[in-house]
Design a binder for this molecule. Structure first.
Ligand code: TXA
Ligand code: MG
Length: 323
């Protein structure tokens, strides 16, 4: 069968308009930033965000960076503190991602893998800015590569890393030429007491420390594993216990179904058994059920392929008691 080729387009008013329309409709668009190419989707649309994980073939739901036009829009989705204000004023737009408490649930819970914080940055690239302006949406965008491959710094890398497959949900790749910085943004966690470096990147530690003083270096980086900045162990777990692979609910348990199910009171991740739909609903449905009068949440088995791998990974970790 012929492979599906995603069009690589020169950014013009017309192609950016088409890309924005695709985003608004829930599609995915690969676009250049000053660091690396991102694979973007409407950050407020769970299903579009699920599409990112599907295409990247991520076996886990790692939280994604939310790209915004500017500081003002970032303030609508996360709660800024003094340090965040200082850093954003100096380094935005630019290669600095800030982790801050999320303000509300407008941004997909899946985009932050259920965490109560969000990663935000304003990219310093005219094509990325044009897309943000035209779509008028915050964009969830990880690097536009297949999970485990290096981040793309040219449109052709995107095409070969992600899209040489039959399975394709990407509408278009906007070609902005080579990325100027070529490595990902620096990620700083400002959501807790001490500002902590989670990922070294385009803006140096020295530059940041010159503004806000010493940074704590995350354990992940100290262990020589900067690409998984301690995130793998951190997880959102509901207050109620989760029971996996359940066939039916016990007394007082909420029931989260998957696929055809005849139980009246159940909420269903995907009545048709569609894993992308299930991923899109996962965090919001669990958070809806995480309340009295329930004493626990029972979840039907989820098949372990495609996005089911990431769903099961998350469920397994969320079902363990928090240390
Ligand atoms: O330069 C970049 O940052 C590129 C371009 C496209 O903007 N994006 C990028 O995204 O590298 P991604 O998804 O590949 O990396 C996001 C990083 C991951 O290390 C993730 O663990 C961390 O940010 N992250 C996202 N949300 C987080 C959160 N709420 N708490 C802690 N870390 C978070
Ligand atoms: Mg990446």
């Amino acid at each position: 069968m012929k492979e599906h080729q995603v069009p690589i387009l020169t950014p013009t008013a017309r192609s950016i308009n088409a890309a924005s329309q695709a985003i608004i409709k829930g599609g995915l668009v690969a676009f250049p930033t000053e660091t690396v190419y991102g694979l973007g989707a409407d950050a407020t649309n769970d299903k579009a965000v699920a599409g990112i994980f599907e295409i990247k073939n991520r076996p886990k739901f790692n939280p994604l960076i939310i790209h915004v036009k500017n500081l003002e829009l970032a303030r609508e989705i996360v709660i800024f503190n003094d340090l965040a204000n200082q850093l954003a004023k100096i380094f935005w737009p630019g290669a600095l991602t800030l982790i801050l408490p999320r303000r509300n649930e407008r941004i997909s819970l899946l985009a932050s893998a259920g965490l109560k914080t969000l990663a935000v940055r304003a990219p310093n690239h005219n094509v990325a800015q044009a897309l943000l302006n035209k779509s008028n949406l915050p964009l969830a965008a990880p690097s536009a590569n297949q999970s485990g491959r290096i981040s793309p710094t040219m449109a052709k890398h995107v095409a070969s890393s992600l899209f040489d497959t039959k399975k394709n949900g990407t509408e278009v790749i906007l070609d902005g030429g080579p990325c100027q910085i070529g490595i990902e943004s620096t990620v700083i966690d400002l959501s807790e007491n001490k500002p902590t470096l989670l990922r070294p990147g385009g803006i140096s530690v020295e530059e940041i420390e010159a503004v806000i003083g010493p940074l704590t270096i995350s354990e992940g980086i100290k262990k020589g594993n900067p690409k998984s900045p301690g995130m793998l162990d951190r997880h959102y777990a509901p207050n109620l216990p989760l029971r996996l692979n359940a066939k039916k609910p016990n007394l007082n348990e909420a029931f989260l179904a998957f696929g055809p199910c005849s139980l009246m009171e159940s909420i269903n991740l995907s009545p048709t058994g569609n894993l992308k739909e299930a991923a899109a609903n996962l965090f919001s449905m669990i958070s809806d059920l995480d309340r009295s009068p329930f004493t626990g949440i029972a979840i039907m088995p989820i098949p372990n392929y495609g996005l089911g791998l990431a769903i099961n990974d998350r469920l397994k970790r969320a079902s363990k008691p928090i240390d």
